[in-house]
Design a protein around this ligand. Sequence first.
Ligand code: FES
Length: 104
Amino acid sequence: MSRFVTVARLADVPDSGLLEVEIEGRPVVLARVDGQIHALDGICSHAEARLAEGSLYEECLMCPVHGGEFDARTGEAITLPAMEPIGVHEVEVEGDEIRVALRS
Ligand code: FES
């Protein structure tokens, strides 16, 4: 069962930007794509880099270490060396609060 927790305010996530938050001890990266907030695992599936230290261009979330890219909407790996997807989590926005429920 999903449990939503408030993790940030909308103003905390820059346009076309990233923000790392922690939920239940897990790093989660928030990404704003076309005004929509997405929540993904905060650690790269390739070699454990922190994705919030990377960059976001349109929907492409680029890892800061080896440049692997992920689709910030789906978690799909789209450029080598990233091959495995990263998890995506449920997001809801209530007023100016971003709430996230972890998917396992
Ligand atoms: S650690 Fe992310 S692509 Fe290598």
